[in-house]
Design a protein around this ligand. Structure first.
Ligand code: ADP
Length: 496
């Protein structure tokens, strides 16, 4: 199969969250199954041309440009191949739109760029033009999140008869329904579609606005999301569906949940190039040394005592359950623990954790930045990993944690519910500590249970090793995607 995989962020080029990890790993797993995959993304300013040997290619005879409303944007196409994979990467470039310091947010204001609609209309239109330019006739176009929503939108409309895409089917994946690309109705005029497409009930209209996520869901041949539980949750009502529950329920036969996998070349203590001491399930002694290295880097002391080190790596957003931590902060940090946080996000949480550092200098360290090396060290050095999310489409860090023998403490939601089973002593089972109601007291209970079991070293090691031996690699998820692509190819395509 020829697969065009479109994503607004892709490891190793640009990453703000889990989507980048998925877009870096899934195409490789599909290639390993014998398929031809090209990954397409915007050429942001932060992407290092030299490091990735990014080359401009001339693929068009004439001038290539995209018209968005009354503006005309020229574009170039670049390529790169990552030495570690057979996947080819294609970049669409326009300096005015993507030659900026932030990916989605303006780092000066902390707000979304006001022209994100134009930036990602451009991405969708240029991605399809670039595919034609390089003569890649995709069987499947797999688009991800709202930033790629107009890709199925164009395939279902102005490109429905295009010879390059005549036999193509589209699959659209929702990685987080909380981010929708919701714009005023003026955005419709920038899409380049006939006015008749803007009517109540049309994919291109949403409460007299334009919503790119709705466009992706309603114009793709099949829609997926990143865990089975999340696929059910987002249809269940407004609290989890964020307004999309109605259309998702309507399309329920075309909606599938596929759990993300882990790229163990990047995330396993045996191969990890970013941690000081490698270790494996056969010999976990390196984990103790990483713990010491992490405590040192964090400026925390254990005074020779075996105290549990709790780690967290996260966007500091309400979704991730920080309001629960805030409610129990003083009681939590009065326990005999060490706590290391790595994250950036809402100012109120920056303030909270800086304050906690001041009150509990021996126990709490908050690194308020994005730092991939430190993320690996926390996975390797912590004893427990905290992820009390309000909702979690899949979640990657709890799966990484399992491999590193770092026992997850999670709320039972989305992908966390699908990967972490609560510990029980009789019978001895479970790979983490799970709480159900979104309440601070329940979170504290789960942490206290974990701390109690941690004291019983033999039992703790059994929990660690159960996590370390589990296989959550991409292979089985990639095969599930292939079955979904085959289903899409059997369907009559969506044409509007
Ligand atoms: P989401 O996509 O909702 O942010 P996921 O758990 O799916 O959450 O993926 C988050 C990814 O981003 C993980 O790979 C995690 O290690 C990484 N990450 C999040 N915050 C940081 C940070 N401050 N520094 C380094 N990596 C981070």
């Amino acid at each position: 199969m020829n697969i065009l995989f479109a994503s607004p962020e892709v490891v190793p080029f640009v990453k703000t969250g889990g989507l980048a990890d998925v877009a870096g790993a899934l195409p490789q797993a599909l290639t390993a199954l014998g398929h031809r995959v090209k990954v397409i993304l915007p050429l942001y300013k932060c992407i290092d041309h030299k490091k990735f040997r990014i080359k401009r290619i001339s693929v068009f005879a004439g001038n290539q440009s995209i018209t968005i409303g009354d503006k005309k944007y020229d574009f170039d196409v670049f390529t790169a191949s990552d030495k570690n994979s057979d996947v080819e990467f294609v970049f669409v470039a326009n300096d005015k739109l993507f030659g900026r310091d932030g990916v989605y947010l303006d780092p000066v204001t902390g707000e979304d760029y006001p022209d994100n609609d134009e930036r990602f209309i451009f991405f969708a239109a240029a991605a399809l033009d670039a595919a034609r330019g390089i003569d890649f006739r995709p069987d499947i176009i797999h688009a991800n999140d709202w930033q790629s929503g107009m890709i199925p939108g164009y395939i279902a409309t102005i490109y429905s008869d295009d010879p390059y895409f005549k036999n193509s089917r589209t699959v659209f994946t929702i990685h987080n329904i909380g981010y929708q690309g919701h714009f005023s109705k003026k955005t419709f005029d920038k899409l380049g579609l006939a006015g008749t497409y803007y009517s109540p009930g049309s994919p291109f209209e949403y409460w007299d606005h334009v919503n790119f996520l709705k466009i992706g869901i309603t114009t793709s041949d099949l829609t997926t999301t990143v865990s089975e539980t999340y696929a059910r949750e987002i249809q269940s009502g407004n609290e989890m569906g964020f307004g999309m529950e109605g259309i998702l329920f309507y399309r329920r036969n075309d909606l599938f949940g596929v759990l993300n996998g882990v790229d163990y070349d990047v995330w396993s203590p045996q191969n990890d190039e970013l941690i000081p001491f490698n270790y494996s399930v056969k010999d976990t002694s390196g984990k103790e040394l990483n713990k010491k290295a992490l405590l040192d880097e964090a400026g925390l002391r254990s005074n020779g005592k075996r105290i549990p080190l709790i780690g967290a790596i996260s966007r500091l957003a309400d979704q991730k359950g920080f309001d629960l931590i805030e409610k129990i902060a003083n009681r939590l940090f009065s326990l005999d623990i060490a706590f290391v946080l790595l994250g950036t996000g809402n100012d109120n949480y920056h303030i909270l954790f800086k304050e906690m550092e001041k009150i509990y200098p021996e126990r709490v360290r908050a690194f308020l930045k994005f730092d991939n090396r430190l993320a690996h060290l926390i996975e390797a050095g912590a004893d427990m990993f905290l992820m009390p999310s309000r909702y979690e489409p899949c979640g990657l860090n709890q799966m990484y944690s399992l491999k590193y023998g770092t026992v997850p403490i999670v709320r039972k939601t989305g992908g966390l519910a699908d990967t972490i089973k609560d510990f029980s002593m009789y019978p001895l089972e479970g790979n983490g500590f799970v709480f159900e109601e979104y309440e601070a007291e329940r979170l504290l209970d789960a942490i206290q249970r974990a701390i109690l079991i941690y004291k019983d070293r033999a039992t703790w090691e059994k929990i660690m090793k159960r996590g370390m031996t589990a296989d959550l690699s991409w292979d089985s998820s990639a095969k599930k995607y292939i079955r979904i692509y085959e289903k899409a190819l059997e369907k009559e395509k969506v044409t509007l």
